[in-house]
Design a protein around this ligand. Structure first.
Ligand SMILES: Cc1ncc(C[n+]2csc(CCOP(=O)(O)OP(=O)(O)O)c2C)c(N)n1
Ligand SMILES: [Mg+2]
Length: 361
């Protein structure tokens, strides 16, 4: 009996804005001028906050943090495609997307200074899940949140971010499998920044693409240029439409590069070359986004200068507030673990207060 092909798969790659900022008009997501400028503003703000945080950390004024520089074209356009009721489920390198979703700059600073208060959102309905430092554990949370939204009859989708390293975790296989079997309204975005601390992409997996892993679970996949905010916009828009219309999850692989150190505790010169970094800097997303705005006639040097001054002032104001002494209660973190009371947390909270009282004697 001859062998026959029982299944065939392809992985498409999408780029809308090339490395020189040239737009493919046929693929243009047609953002309005306001939308395009707002997107660039978020990108600039995230870059500015990142750069400022690095200086603060080096001066001993902030704890360790994972820079987001170079990855602004992923979580920002993705968040801009989301609706208020949607869930934003990040890992830890989605600074810009978190800001778009309403996380105050001061919360970011508190969090990276090791203060749990950074996880307190201004509004409990913000629907941003706290940073997930445990690699991969957010993946099942996203499947569950998406399933629960549909079960409760909400018109809400979930967008979940994963690193390339995160795709090697068991959680990735368990979470994506459940999401696909349940046809949960979730969009998984792998930020393939080529590195998981010092492990390069080719030592992470022998798969030709990370996108293709989604095919194994039976979900549509797409690989996009992750330095191209328009490609990400198109991909996330399509995937969210699919999720909202009951067609289940999607896996998007956004190909980018981690331009800075893994965290401020890491020294990438130990494991990668300056040439590799320089080549990656030539592809970074802010330059090409600015070129796109200029070509559309939305932008010029004066506007750029004004924007830089504006975001610098916004970041400085946040830093000033962050460095103003606070009188948070010692037990404040216990109040924000869950939205509603939880027996285990209540018990731990009481234990903590009892210990504090004992020590005070
Ligand atoms: C379960 C678990 N294992 C190991 C670590 C240590 N760790 C922190 S970040 C990281 C690499 C993550 O790489 P990737 O998923 O590609 O994300 P990136 O840092 O590149 O954004 C590792 C192994 C962890 N935090 N959690
Ligand atoms: Mg990575």
């Amino acid at each position: 009996m001859p062998r026959k092909t029982v299944a065939k798969f392809t992985v498409e790659y999408l780029q809308v804005l090339d490395e020189k900022g040239k737009l493919d008009a046929k693929l243009d997501p047609q953002l309005s001028q306001d939308e395009a400028v707002a997107m660039y503003r978020w990108m600039r703000l995230a870059r500015e906050l990142d750069e400022r945080m690095l200086k603060l950390q080096r001066q001993g004024r902030l704890g360790t943090f994972p820079p987001n520089t170079g990855q602004e074209a992923i979580s920002i356009p993705a968040a801009l495609q989301m609706q208020e009721k949607d869930w934003f489920v990040g890992a830890f390198r989605e600074l810009g997307g978190r800001l778009v979703r309403g996380e105050p700059l001061t919360s970011t600073l508190y969090y990276y200074n090791g203060w749990e208060e950074g996880n307190i959102l201004p509004d409990k309905e913000s629907r941003i899940i706290p940073t997930s430092v445990v690699i991969g554990c957010q993946i099942e949370h996203a499947a569950g949140l998406a399933y629960a939204s549909r079960y409760q009859g909400e018109d809400a989708a979930t967008v979940c971010f994963i690193g390339d390293g995160g795709t090697s975790e068991g959680d990735f296989y368990e979470g994506l499998n459940f999401a696909a079997v349940w046809q949960a309204p979730v969009v998984y975005i792998v930020q393939n920044n080529q590195w998981a601390i010092s492990i390069p992409r080719d030592q992470q997996t022998a798969s030709q693409t990370l996108a293709q892993k989604g095919l194994a679970f039976g979900m549509p996949v797409l690989q996009v240029d992750g330095n191209d905010p328009l490609a990400v916009t198109v991909a996330v828009r399509e995937a969210l439409a699919r999720a909202r219309s009951g067609e289940g999850p999607t896996l998007i692989e956004a190909v980018t590069y981690r331009l800075m150190m893994h965290t401020t505790a890491d020294d990438p010169t130990k494991y990668r070359t300056a040439e590799e970094e320089q080549a990656a800097w030539a592809q970074e997303p802010l330059i090409r986004t600015r070129q796109y705005l200029e070509a559309k006639g939305y932008w010029d040097a004066d506007k750029e200068e004004a924007l830089l001054a504006e975001v610098k002032a916004e970041v400085e104001a946040a830093v000033k507030e962050f460095e103003t002494p606070r009188d948070w209660a010692q037990d404040e973190p216990f109040r924000h673990v869950y939205g509603t009371e939880h027996a285990n947390i209540t018990e731990q909270h009481q234990d903590f207060l009892a210990n504090v009282a004992k020590e005070a004697k």
